[in-house]
Design a protein around this ligand. Structure first.
Ligand SMILES: *[C@@H]1O[C@H](CO)[C@@H](O)[C@H](O)[C@H]1NC(C)=O
Ligand SMILES: *[C@@H]1O[C@H](CO)[C@@H](O)[C@H](O)[C@H]1NC(C)=O
Ligand SMILES: *[C@@H]1O[C@H](CO)[C@@H](O)[C@H](O)[C@H]1NC(C)=O
Length: 501
């Protein structure tokens, strides 16, 4: 249990974009199906993968070109790594759950290496800091003594049990029930509909009601004690989503699942999933190229990029959060307002200062310092990523605001290297959530990240993307068979228009 509760440095990103070729292709003929995807993270790369995979079936229209536009110079979106002191660490979406089946299938089929959390991170000691003291601390393990560690692990489980009691089991069953509903998204295509809206998709699996109320409300109803909610649960939501227990019950359950046992990541970086899917899906990748406008022109969309090039696309897929982008849509589209939560991730090679925590020696500082909601607490968590020597370690700090040098000089007694990243990391979750549609204009303009305010992880990005790929193919089929160029017809038509995928 202890190890389960620890290092849930998840994060859950899934965004995207890349760039490099530049052969404009205007005036397509109506029979070609050129698909343009904006964003090269998990959502964009997974849409490309499943478009190729499912369109093997001859009953579907042929997909001609697939282009992916990425505004940055690398693919992967919010799956990204950082190098500090010669080592590579996940800087964004960092961990995957054992039941993240798309991610694990991709990892296997792309011959990537599955990395289990290193034993020193999964067994790291945990402390819950309230700004003035540790309200709870586990006993640290000793890397040289397996027997001692067995005893300490048991003692730590007992310590946690004494503090939180049976609420621990209620929390686990809340998470297990939610994961159980989510698994329905892996059932076979015959028994799983193609979803036109996020609401429909969530209702079908039984997850929708968890987006109506806050995590706190759900957990109180499930019988959890106020103490576990304000301490352990809060620690985890602050680490994984930078937010309090006022997030929706669904985002909260997903966040708590990020402290289950058996978490993993891709050796060398999770971004390689996106890179591998793009490489294997016959995609033309445009790195360093941002789309500025999307104009609907009869049978196709004209996408204008920052390189002054126009692209003609029968289908356009937005696979990045629109919340902070400035794409001009003609005609304009209307989606519910949503805010991104910014998480400042600071990587620091150096040494923590025990005095800041009212302790005498560095060895007394827990390897994972989680925090409760307290007004002046300047950070959400501090974790030790790697120990080089007793006086030189790599750390990762999450905070809602940038950390000043002055503050870092109080928290650390020695600083060798500091790297700061400001992520528009995930939506600012609320309850009840209001979702944008998957089909933005009723025609062939799609939005994968409409799903992201249900929950934001690598796997939820992949699950939403798989559905959008099916939706595109089924709507293209119904357009072809209605042998009409009147897109309006296939637009808002019901399920009946959809071919079974
Ligand atoms: C993952 O791969 C296995 C084996 O090929 C397959 O049975 C399963 O359906 C796949 N899962 C998903 C979610 O694609
Ligand atoms: C791209 O895919 C090909 C096979 O389709 C493989 O040989 C190559 O190593 C892949 N490249 C990368 C960078 O993954
Ligand atoms: C996109 O580019 C084309 C060709 O340069 C131009 O005619 C069109 O006005 C541009 N669209 C927008 C919305 O700027």
């Amino acid at each position: 249990m202890v190890s389960a509760l620890i290092i849930s440095l998840l994060f859950i990103f899934s965004n995207p974009f890349p760039s490099v070729h530049s052969d404009a292709a205007p005036e397509p003929s109506p029979s070609t199906n050129n698909i343009c995807i904006i964003g090269s993270g998990i959502a964009g790369s997974t849409v490309a993968h499943f478009l190729r995979h499912y369109s093997d079936d001859p009953s579907f229209p042929t997909i001609n070109g697939i282009r992916i536009f990425e505004r940055h110079r690398i693919v992967g979106g919010r799956m990204a790594t950082v190098s500090i002191g010669g080592d590579t660490f996940e800087a964004g979406a960092s961990i995957l759950h054992p039941k993240n089946y798309h991610a694990s299938n991709f990892t296997k089929s792309l011959n990537l290496r599955i990395k289990e959390p290193s034993s020193d991170s999964s067994d790291s000691s945990l402390g819950i800091w309230d700004g003035t003291q540790f309200v709870f601390k586990t006993i640290p393990l000793n890397p040289n003594s397996p027997l001692y560690n067995k005893i300490v692990s048991m003692a730590n489980s007992l310590l946690i049990f004494f503090r939180y009691g049976f609420s621990l089991f209620k929390m686990q069953s809340f998470v297990d029930n939610t994961v159980g509903c989510f698994l329905k998204y892996y059932t076979d295509l015959d028994s799983r509909p193609v979803f036109e809206t996020v609401d429909e998709m969530l209702k079908w699996s039984g997850l929708y009601r968890l987006t109506r109320r806050t995590l706190q409300e759900e957990l109180v109803d499930a019988g959890l004690s106020p103490r576990i909610i304000s301490e352990l649960v809060t620690v985890i939501t602050r680490i994984n989503y930078g937010q309090s227990v006022a997030i929706s019950g669904l985002a909260g359950a997903v966040s708590l699942a990020g402290s289950d046992a058996g978490l993993w990541s891709v050796g060398g970086g999770n971004w390689q999933i996106a890179a591998g899917l793009i490489n294997s899906s016959d995609v033309t990748l445009h790195l360093n190229e941002e789309i500025e406008s999307i104009t609907h022109l009869g049978d196709y969309y004209e996408l204008n990029s920052t390189k002054g090039i126009s692209y003609a696309c029968e289908v356009t897929v937005v696979a990045t959060p629109l919340d902070e982008l400035n794409i001009q849509f003609h005609p304009p589209i209307l989606i519910p307002e949503r805010k991104l939560q910014h998480t400042h991730t600071t990587f620091m090679r150096g040494l923590l200062n025990p005095a800041y925590f009212g302790l005498r020696s560095v060895s007394e500082i827990p390897e994972l310092v989680g925090t409760v909601e307290a007004p002046d607490l300047p950070f959400s968590s501090i974790s030790i990523l790697k120990k080089y020597t007793e006086e030189d370690m790599a750390h990762k700090i999450f905070s809602r605001k940038p950390l000043t040098d002055a503050l870092l000089d109080q928290i650390f007694s020695a600083r060798k290297e500091t790297i700061r990243i400001d992520w528009g990391a995930y939506p600012h979750f609320t309850a009840p959530e209001v979702f944008a549609p998957f089909v933005l204009d009723g025609l062939h303009l799609y939005y994968v990240n409409a799903f992201e305010n249900a929950a934001s992880t690598i796997e939820t990005g992949a699950v939403a993307a798989e559905n959008v790929a099916r939706l595109i193919l089924s709507r293209l089929s119904s357009r072809t068979t209605s042998s009409s160029t009147n897109l309006q017809n296939s637009a808002s038509g019901g399920e009946s228009l959809h071919f079974e995928l």
